[in-house]
Design a protein around this ligand. Structure first.
Ligand SMILES: Cc1cc2nc3c(=O)[nH]c(=O)nc-3n(C[C@H](O)[C@H](O)[C@H](O)COP(=O)(O)OP(=O)(O)OC[C@H]3O[C@@H](n4cnc5c(N)ncnc54)[C@H](O)[C@@H]3O)c2cc1C
Length: 377
């Protein structure tokens, strides 16, 4: 057999959230795929390991632009189909987001509402952004009855269990015959042989993509039986906006700080105090919760805070910049990456003209970029 025939069609570098999904989809389309991940099969080195995995395009519209909201909405619809194909179950719900605030922070509420209404398309806001007053807060979320006099219910939003997604994708990779290389770091000077390389290293791609930066996020995971929140709750606050995302078995992810910088060191005392006291202020039952973990990671972020698919003009596609929206948007981003990677493999995109045509006709045109440092003339 010649060397070309022995090569996989695709080498996917970085097996966090995006790399796993891309590799699994490519293998599902019948391609030979190899995946290289510096960490373990559980995904403990990925930002995806720490994330709360809320799928909240409308709540996020308070600070995200329309492309992200639209990607989030389309991806929210795609998740159930995608999860149904995985060989292991994943906790997923579409039971909405509740937004509340303490009386002393009531000035935050109109700001939040204005931003959401300004940034999100009207068809999402209509019926998707419901004002609650008085007893309605407790009717919507019985655990918070009598604790908040006002709130917003965003009934269509979702969430899932991040670690179950990573595990189920690892099982899916095995099932589809992906050649997985766990605990294998790859750097740009020694890329594995493949016809097309897909770089999904998150912040680890910084040597190849210098404008990437990290935004540190810290979370607590606690076990709190008896509180019984039924959906993610966001607490508006001028300095410490917080969410509490309930998972199965009385597990809660409380997060998250948002700090510029690539500091991956453990959670600071200050952040732990802020997160835990804010949770306690939402429900005093968190005072008896058991702290399972305090974790930090960095969100891979581009200067415009948008995700991007960057083609080098030859055989490498980079997928990055998922920032704080990875779970929320990855089905659509990965789908675009898979389609484009297929076109690189079979030669439908081989020069900049073909790339421009592809970009123009793509569903998510705004994702595509040409690496002008390396592009073909
Ligand atoms: C605190 C926190 C909370 C979050 N909450 C949410 C949320 O509620 N909802 C949401 O949608 N998103 C959330 N996110 C964002 C989400 O986690 C990220 O957007 C997503 O994980 C990015 O996916 P990725 O695959 O690009 O990067 P990652 O998940 O970081 O994966 C990159 C992978 O590449 C590997 N790698 C790096 N360098 C190399 C190398 N040289 N060789 C081989 N492998 C390498 C890493 O080990 C890692 O596994 C949160 C993130 C954080 C930090």
């Amino acid at each position: 057999m010649n060397a070309r025939a022995q090569q996989p069609d695709f080498a996917v570098i970085g097996g966090g959230l995006c790399g796993r999904l891309v590799a699994w989809r490519l293998a599902g389309a019948g391609h030979r795929v190899a995946l290289y991940e510096r960490g373990d099969a559980a995904g403990t080195r990925a930002a995806a390991w720490v994330a709360a995995a809320m799928l909240a395009p409308l709540a996020e519209a308070a600070s995200a632009e329309l492309l992200i909201t639209r990607l989030g909405e389309a991806s929210l619809a795609a998740w159930p189909r995608l999860l149904a194909e995985l060989p292991e179950p994943v906790f997923f719900q579409r039971n909405g987001t509740l937004v509340v605030w303490h009386h002393s922070d009531r000035n935050e509420a109109p700001l939040f509402e204005r931003r959401v209404r300004a940034n999100a398309p009207a068809e999402l806001v209509d019926g998707g952004f419901v004002k609650l007053s008085g007893a309605q807060v407790g009717e919507a979320e019985p655990a918070l009855a009598g604790r908040f006099t006002q709130g917003w219910l965003l009934p269509h939003e979702g969430q899932l269990d991040n670690r179950q997604v990573l595990t189920a994708l690892a099982a899916g990779l095995a099932e589809r015959g992906v050649e997985t290389h766990w605990n294998t770091s790859v750097d740009d000077h020694a890329l594995p042989a493949a016809r097309v390389t897909i770089d999904c290293r998150g912040l680890g791609a910084k040597p190849a993509w210098p404008t990437l930066r990290g935004i540190r996020g810290e979370v607590a995971r606690v076990h709190a039986p008896g509180i019984a929140l039924t959906r993610p709750v966001r607490l508006l606050h001028p300095r410490y906006p917080l969410y509490i995302a309930p998972k199965e078995n009385d597990l809660y992810v409380i997060g998250a700080t948002e700090i510029e910088g690539e500091d991956m060191s453990p959670v600071t005392v200050r952040s732990a105090l802020e997160l835990l006291s804010a949770a306690f202020s939402v429900h005093p039952g968190f005072g008896e919760a058991r702290i399972l973990e305090l974790n930090s990671q960095c969100r891979p972020t581009l200067p415009d805070h948008r995700p991007a698919l960057l083609w080098d003009g030859a055989h490498t596609l980079r997928v990055n910049g998922l920032y704080r929206h990875g779970y929320m948007i990855v089905p659509e981003v990965a789908e675009e990456a898979v389609r484009f990677a297929g076109a690189l493999l079979d030669g439908r995109v081989a020069d900049t003209d073909a790339f421009e045509d592809w970009r123009r006709d793509a569903r998510w045109t705004g994702l595509f970029h040409l690496d002008t440092r390396q592009a073909l003339a």
